[in-house]
Design a protein around this ligand. Structure first.
Ligand SMILES: [Fe+2]
Ligand SMILES: [Fe+2]
Length: 282
């Protein structure tokens, strides 16, 4: 199958549609949390950011879908927009149910150029998902919250994985259609957009650290952060990426840059001690 062909388009669209799950967030099996579970969930500093990001994602993807002429692509992208909007509804159900301090903020005006907005959003998702894989695994293994809660978040993680696989295939198809399908050219384009996505990610992390990130690490998250090291994060991101990507048709493209960077980082970090030796009492 040639990348950018009609067969390629039909494959990445049909895989996306066939793996869509029908559910309503309010009807998911939300667990009862005890006081300490509630306290931990409420101390997570980024629910407002996540809620806003998902609402914005739904708006960007649905706005782009309206501009797409190809009926199959339009229908599939619209389905992704529906899933993003459902993520926002899922987060809203959680905020209401557990009394989290996250408010609905107005969505900033969307860019006029819907296709560039969708592309920027797609590369951003590739970053978020790759890092999210590792953070999710470490948090789950440290029993930061009851496993039933992680099972719910896993629904979201699975959909984000589908989104990035769809996106990298759509992007390659889109580039071929514009006569920019040469592999080297596509790699350069990816690098450019990954650079932009990294810039935005750094900005978000900075904002988070400036607001209440320090509070989180100082008070509530020791159970999670005790298990945390950059070396482990990279290892878990890579392992989870491989596991989750293994579920997709191998004929489809998968995000490659971040796993490649992760493997290089992982080899370099192998030389790094796991923990700094604790200071010796005098
Ligand atoms: Fe989402
Ligand atoms: Fe997504």
């Amino acid at each position: 199958m040639r990348i950018g062909s009609q067969a390629h388009k039909e494959l990445f669209c049909s895989e996306f549609k066939a793996t869509h799950r029908v559910f309503e967030p309010a009807e998911l099996p939300w667990p009862e949390l005890d006081e300490s579970g509630l306290e931990r969930l409420r101390a997570v500093p980024f629910w407002q950011e996540v809620f806003h990001t998902e609402r914005r994602a739904g708006a960007i993807v649905q706005a782009f879908a309206k501009t797409v002429e190809d009926p199959l692509l339009r229908e599939t992208i619209d389905l992704q927009g529906y899933e993003e909007a459902r993520h926002a509804r899922l987060i809203r159900v959680m905020i209401d149910r557990y009394g989290l301090a996250a408010k609905e903020q107005p969505i900033e005006k969307l860019p006029d150029d819907a296709v560039t907005a969708f592309i920027d959003f797609g590369y951003g998702e590739c970053f978020d998902a790759f890092l999210g894989f590792g953070v999710f695994k470490i948090a789950r293994q440290s029993h930061f919250l009851p496993d039933a809660m992680f099972a719910l978040f896993d629904v979201l993680m699975y959909e984000e994985t589908r989104h990035i696989v769809f996106f990298v295939n759509w992007m390659a198809y889109h580039e071929v259609e514009r006569g920019r399908g040469a592999a080297a050219l596509r790699a350069l384009t990816s690098l450019y957009y990954y650079g932009r996505a990294l810039g935005r990610l750094v900005g978000t992390v900075r904002r988070g650290a400036d607001s209440d990130g320090a509070n989180f690490s100082a008070t509530q998250a020791d159970v999670f952060l005790n298990d945390f090291s950059v070396k482990r994060l990279v290892r878990e991101c890579l392992a989870e990426n491989a596991r989750r990507m293994g579920e997709f048709d191998p004929a489809l493209l998968q995000p490659r840059l971040l796993p490649a960077v992760g493997r290089i980082a992982s080899s370099a970090l192998r030389l790094w001690p796991d923990r700094r030796p604790s200071p010796q009492p005098v």
